[in-house]
Ligand binder design. Structure first.
Ligand code: TMP
Length: 254
């Protein structure tokens, strides 16, 4: 494989220059971190599973007119995506109280929220991704008010789709985090869904037992992390043949 330039390395993914201008190759690692890098580990096969799961969800979203950066999956651990300018916000959609909102507002985890909530967190590791309001976003110019409107609408559409997708396979979508980017197309600036959607960035509970099938198993040292991710892929009907572990080293060059 030819030498590729590494454009960005995050905690769970690496972005390489793509084959054509305006494209990137998104490589999914098995590395996991939590609590802003305080806790680190490896979840064997996670990258392979997240690549598949994110492909599955983004393909459906593209098909229903939610623009995403996803172009196509290239191999076990890589997908081709459009290069976008990431908006520095983590957009969290919540259907059921869990995690930080349960803690902040003193609610029991698992309490149904009166309606779906959309929250914004500033992407800033040094500040530990603080919760911010729309007024902050406008005042500090992290995004234009029109962009915020569009992001909220898209986030709700993503939620509507994902709630149904997971309900059909016996999974409750508790909450999830998504990111958006700006993309120039035919002289027009568009907002598109970027990053990934996977059990790393969602809370997924078995409908009957409330068993956690997501990264909280890693965050909370519950064990069975790989198995939970595999179970999500299996129920979605996309478990890679031969299992999620690629037996060869990735063909990567620095
Ligand atoms: P929270 O309850 O910790 O705020 O998390 C809300 C959702 O966002 C949950 O599904 C996990 C996801 N999430 C991320 O994907 N990345 C993060 O850095 C954090 C804090 C949460």
């Amino acid at each position: 494989m030819s030498r590729r330039r590494r454009v960005y390395e995050g905690k769970a993914k690496i972005l390489y220059e793509g084959p054509e201008p305006g494209t990137l190759v998104q490589y999914f690692k098995d590395d996991a971190t939590a609590f802003n890098n305080e806790k680190r580990g490896t979840i064997t096969g996670k990258g392979v599973l997240n690549n598949r799961i994110s492909e599955h969800i983004m393909t459906h979203l593209n098909g229903m007119g939610v623009p995403t950066h996803f172009i196509r999956r290239l191999n076990m651990r890589e997908q081709l995506v459009r290069q976008v300018e990431i908006i520095p916000l983590e957009v969290v959609v919540r259907n059921v109280a869990a995690g930080s909102i349960a803690k902040r507002l003193g609610m029991d985890e698992g309490t149904q929220l009166p309606r779906t909530l959309v929250e914004f967190y500033l992407k800033d590791d040094a500040l530990n991704d603080p919760l911010v309001t729309e007024d902050h976003i406008n005042a500090f110019n992290w995004a234009h008010p029109q962009e915020v409107e569009e992001i909220m609408g898209l986030a709700m559409r993503v939620n509507d789709f994902m709630v149904g997708l997971f309900a059909a396979i016996g999974i409750k979508l508790v909450d999830f985090k998504i990111e958006f980017g700006r993309l120039w197309e035919n002289d027009q600036l568009r907002i598109v869904l970027a990053d990934e959607i996977s059990p790393d960035s969602c809370r997924l509970w078995d409908t009957k037992t409330n068993e956690k099938l997501d990264k909280d198993r890693f965050r909370r040292d519950m064990g069975g992390v790989s198995e939970a991710y595999q179970e999500v892929a299996r129920r979605l009907g996309i478990l890679p043949e031969g299992g999620p572990v690629d037996h060869k080293e990735p063909e990567l060059v620095q």
